[in-house]
Design a protein around this ligand. Sequence first.
Ligand code: C5P
Length: 231
Amino acid sequence: MRDVIIACDFPSREETLSFLDRFPADKKPFVKIGMELYYACGPEIVREIKKRGHRIFLDLKLHDIPNTVKRAMHVLSALNVDMVNLHAAGTTAMMEAALEGLTRPDGTRPLLIAVTQLTSTSQERMEQDLWIPHPMAEVVEHYAECAQKAGLDGVVCSPLEAARIHACCGSDFLTVTPGVRFAGGDAGDQVRVTTPEKARELTSDYIVMGRPITAAPDPVAAYHKAMEAFA
Ligand code: C5P
């Protein structure tokens, strides 16, 4: 169940496919396609990576009025991805509409998870910029409860928050956690970070790792190192 998802934050199809070509045919990693690649290449890149046998988390973080998100999710559902997401800040009504749009006529759908607070957001920025005057852990927990009430499968959060979310929403409620770095690695713009070993201890279900794998001198070895430590 636990797995490592590689964030394929590349600007082009060529760079993405040559990165994925490094991995052996019998071990296709679960990958995340985010805004950069999707906006550069469109839905075709999703179809192409899916055809190569990867599981895909399409990380487009939708946030709009409920009707718009519902219709957009309907379109994304047809891409046959494994996981999609939205911002819980869009309200419970938006999350319910998203789920409706995502569900296919036969009742199947990709997993739907909600971003609570971005792992790049600190307590200070949340208070000063977003004007949310509560402790981060409580805000994340409240957003997770709203997502669960709307029928979603889990949340994107920091590994540091995973145990608390499982305690309030149950162990089946998924925690997908970016902000993971190898010990001694560069945090970059991430604020609330931890290691794969620690994320496992903290009960994350999936860790999302981008630069520590994609920018490593040997990305396949870095991926295996993360899998060994976490999965
Ligand atoms: O390179 P790095 O490991 O920081 O990549 C983390 C990935 O997870 C990025 O693609 C980023 O957009 C995504 N993400 C995040 N924090 C969230 C949600 C998604 O870092 N709360």
